[in-house]
Design a protein around this ligand. Structure first.
Ligand code: HEC
Length: 189
């Protein structure tokens, strides 16, 4: 008998409690809170991230964090077709789909940043766009990462920081330096 009573009254008490707790919020606070929490700058920020296809500008600060985010998103969204290094040798492409071009071809090295951003959002030819899946900031992060991939094959010596340039020109002797200027002398192990 007690349990039947409890079963009947618990929902009612619970309901009353809910109303009591919710009412003041609905009446007074919620309006104020909504205004305080409004994401004021979101629409503006998205506009600022829109860059024309012809523009080579990059609308975000280029940081290590952004590049890492780009690498992470690239590996999820682009690698299946474009491959880890951007050659176009992803698993999907190897299974008969249209082969994407390599990012390392001259034409794609020279397209502006805005063009890459547009391809990611709107697609290109046989490739679908990812505007629904990838937010604008992440699209830019991916653009940065694609640029890094391109640079990894095409950096000029002069672009490197001095200490890195020094290592490329004069690799530390000793370890596994086959094919470096140290080997022609003929020292074999
Ligand atoms: C399902 C496979 C697939 C995925 C995933 C994919 N692409 Fe593509 N992509 C293609 C194909 C195929 C082409 C070539 C389309 C054509 O020429 O018709 C292409 C072309 C491109 C091009 C070259 C456009 C040009 O001017 O030739 C770029 C840049 C590009 N993709 C970037 C990306 C990036 C960045 C991602 C990840 C956000 C991505 N793609 C995801 C298949 C894919």
């Amino acid at each position: 008998m007690t349990s039947a009573l409890r079963r009947r009254s618990v929902p009612r008490i619970f309901g009353t409690l809910c109303v009591a707790v919710a009412l003041p919020f609905l009446a007074g606070c919620s309006l104020k809170q909504d205004m305080a929490l409004q994401p004021k700058n979101r629409p503006l920020a998205e506009d600022e991230l829109l860059v024309s296809k012809e523009s080579n500008s990059f609308p975000l600060p280029l940081t290590q964090e952004l590049l890492e985010r780009g690498e992470n998103r690239y590996k999820i969204f682009c690698t299946p077709c474009h491959g880890l290094q951007g050659d176009g040798n992803g698993m999907v492409a190897m299974r008969g789909m249209k082969h994407p071009p390599s990012y390392h071809e001259d034409r794609l090295r020279q397209v502006p940043n805005g063009y890459l951003y547009d391809v990611i959002g709107n697609g290109f030819g046989a490739m679908l766009g990812y505007s629904a899946q990838i937010a604008p900031r992440d699209r830019w992060a991916i653009v940065a990462y694609v640029r890094a991939l391109q640079l990894s094959r095409n950096a000029r010596l002069a672009d490197l920081p001095a200490d890195v340039r020094e290592k490329v020109l004069h690799p530390p002797a000793g370890k596994n330096n086959e094919g470096t200027p140290e080997t022609p002398g003929g020292k074999k192990e």
